[in-house]
Design a protein around this ligand. Structure first.
Ligand code: CA
Length: 216
């Protein structure tokens, strides 16, 4: 899952990006509303964390312009718990909002919920035959036994599982799982898929020649 964080306060931006990467997300960052809008329009993120108070285009304006094109889930960060902000956020098309200062675990929980909702999932568990993913713990079991996947392997499996039945191209996987700071060496999707199959069985992910991968 790839997240864009738009926040002009450098320290908060850094800390958020670090915390989200530790949770296994690919994270892009923007320090201004203009840069944030550009990235949000250019790439297909799984969710945005968008601060309201930004220099230049503020968070409301970014959201309003983005909504003319895309339904990317947006979590707004508002400065105060004013009812007018809440109403405005929901009217403008925000999916959720958090009041600063916030607790990191709450932000992470709300992000997970946003991403789940956009994939029409209501729980943290995804069942693929004998294989079960826990998207909260980011853990996998096979017939009840824990299976250890690397962060990359888990991210690929989870993305395919959330888009079950759909053929996902390699370029879509790259776009959603690797961020602007990734080097190319760690990006070999085929190698990760090979490794996932070794751990969970060949049948877990199907290859559609010339199109991509699919969990049926
Ligand atoms: Ca700000």
């Amino acid at each position: 899952m790839r997240i864009l964080v738009v926040e002009d306060e450098p320290r908060l931006l850094r800390n958020l990006a670090k915390a989200l990467r530790e949770e296994g997300y690919a994270v892009d960052t923007a320090g201004t509303g203009d840069d944030g809008l550009f990235k949000a329009e250019t790439y297909n993120y799984d969710a945005l964390v968008l601060d309201v108070m930004l220099p230049g285009l503020d968070g409301w304006e970014v959201l309003a312009r983005l909504r003319k094109q895309k339904r990317t889930p947006v979590l707004m960060l508002t400065a105060r718990d004013a009812t007018s902000d809440r109403v405005r956020g929901l009217d403008t098309g925000a999916d959720d909002y958090l009041v600063k200062p916030f607790d990191l675990p709450e932000l992470l929980a709300r992000l997970r919920a946003l991403i789940r909702r956009s994939a029409n999932k209501t729980t943290n568990k995804i069942e693929l035959g004998a294989v079960t993913l826990d998207t909260r713990a980011r853990s996998v079991t096979n017939a009840g036994a824990a299976v250890t996947l690397t962060a990359r392997e888990y991210a690929i499996l989870e993305y395919l599982a959330l888009h079950r039945g759909k053929v996902v191209s390699r370029s879509e996987l790259y776009e959603h799982l690797f961020d602007e700071t990734d080097d190319t060496l760690s990006n070999l999707v085929d190698v990760h898929v090979f490794s996932i199959r070794k751990k969970l069985g060949q049948q877990i992910i199907a290859t559609r020649r010339g199109q991509g991968y699919c969990i049926e």
